[in-house]
Design a protein around this ligand. Sequence first.
Ligand SMILES: Cc1cc2nc3c(=O)[nH]c(=O)nc-3n(C[C@H](O)[C@H](O)[C@H](O)COP(=O)(O)OP(=O)(O)OC[C@H]3O[C@@H](n4cnc5c(N)ncnc54)[C@H](O)[C@@H]3O)c2cc1C
Length: 452
Amino acid sequence: MPFQNTPAPHTPAPHTPAPHTPARPMPAQPIASSGGETQHVAVVGGGVVGIACAHYLNLRGYRVTVIDRGRVGGGCSHGNCGYVSPSHALPLAEPGAIFSTLKAMLKSNPPLRIRPGLNVHLWKWLWNFSRRCNETDWIESGHAIHPLLTASMQLYDDLIRDYQLDCEWTKQGLLFVYKNQHAFESYAAVDEMLRRDFNEPARRMSASELLEFEPGLQEDVAGAWYFEHDAHLRPARLVASWRDSLQSRGVTFVENQTLEAIVESAGNAQSLSLSNQQVAADQFVIATGAWTPLLEKMLRFRAPIQPGKGYSITMPRPENCPSTPMILPERKVAVTPWGSELRLGSMMEFIGYDSKISKKRLGLLTRAAADYLKCKLPESFSETWYGWRPMTYDSTPIIGRCPSFSNVYLACGHNMLGLSMAPATGRMIAELVSGDPPSLQAKPYQAERFTA
Ligand SMILES: Cc1cc2nc3c(=O)[nH]c(=O)nc-3n(C[C@H](O)[C@H](O)[C@H](O)COP(=O)(O)OP(=O)(O)OC[C@H]3O[C@@H](n4cnc5c(N)ncnc54)[C@H](O)[C@@H]3O)c2cc1C
């Protein structure tokens, strides 16, 4: 992947829109239905994935309506850490994950929590997940998600430039910072695999190199691995700006309307019954993230997705704030600095659709920052947030036709990387809806892998 727009190590370089009018790709000729009208596609779910689908469908000449049960961009796409990370090719279900999870859960207030109770779907999910915690499946899932990650990075470059999306797009890389020497050195084995199998090498930085590169860290670090090709942005601004751009190109947004039923005739969807209106369309895309399994009855397909709850806190950028985004793997905390704010994010909780934010849990974030960063965090935060990551047990999203319909497509289950995989997902959905061969191999993402 080309490495463009690399800023000096300590100066964040938000993408500055070019002053001239950008050369946008021309929308295709409107696609006509049998009645001669432009074909209409209804996209349910206005997160980053639904918005990306709307974008590429609009570019192909479809009339597009995006529907959301709440505010567009108000789901998991709102308060995430903003990393666009091809380096994250290797998924959560890694060899040894079960043992390390059980060990971690013995601690009080661990970053990972599992509370299955009587939730049969969660027990099933955990069983299937545990069966994939081996090297073969780990790498297989990596090979499924990596093409989406690398293609999306390239597409973001084009999109943000061509449509002047205002989202602090910054190509400054990502640090994995360690305090424990053994843990730091052990990462070399993962680096070797990422180099060999995915062409995603990290640069090893000794403690002194790291402190020179990122003086916002405390002195007692052991070192870091630096993925210099990763990027970051402000996720809520991206969605807001992308929505504005789509609206100016004719895409309709319908908010505060929940999909309640699909009106169909012999496996061909005709219209959607929403809270208090009906939307007819020729084709339909379901991009409802972690909520997708709740649509099981109407889709006649249960997406094996569990909400993986995570938290973030956002605050005014403190003095001596680090300037490079970083993950603190020993604490499982992500640190994202932007021009005027700093965000800390972490945690993975499999506890169903729980919507509480506990102070105790947020303490994990602030304590990690206090242990690794030089800056003093402000007393009050601009936002405390939780989001439900749409977690599939094979760490791979579902992108493709819904098995029980001829004209309903699924774009969901993007796990911990929905922001990083959204553009390539949107492009693939537009290709499938149009009946064109997809730019990436479609098989790894098909819903049928769960029904076979
Ligand atoms: C703490 C945290 C940090 C993260 N950091 C990163 C990161 O740095 N990089 C990265 O790539 N990813 C990150 N993620 C993951 C990423 O946020 C998600 O993968 C991504 O937002 C999923 O997008 P989505 O559009 O599929 O879902 P969502 O953004 O959740 O959108 C789904 C939408 O569907 C709507 N909806 C649901 N049901 C219905 C219905 N019945 N009718 C109408 N509308 C409906 C919802 O209201 C919602 O707006 C992070 C997640 C968390 C929690």
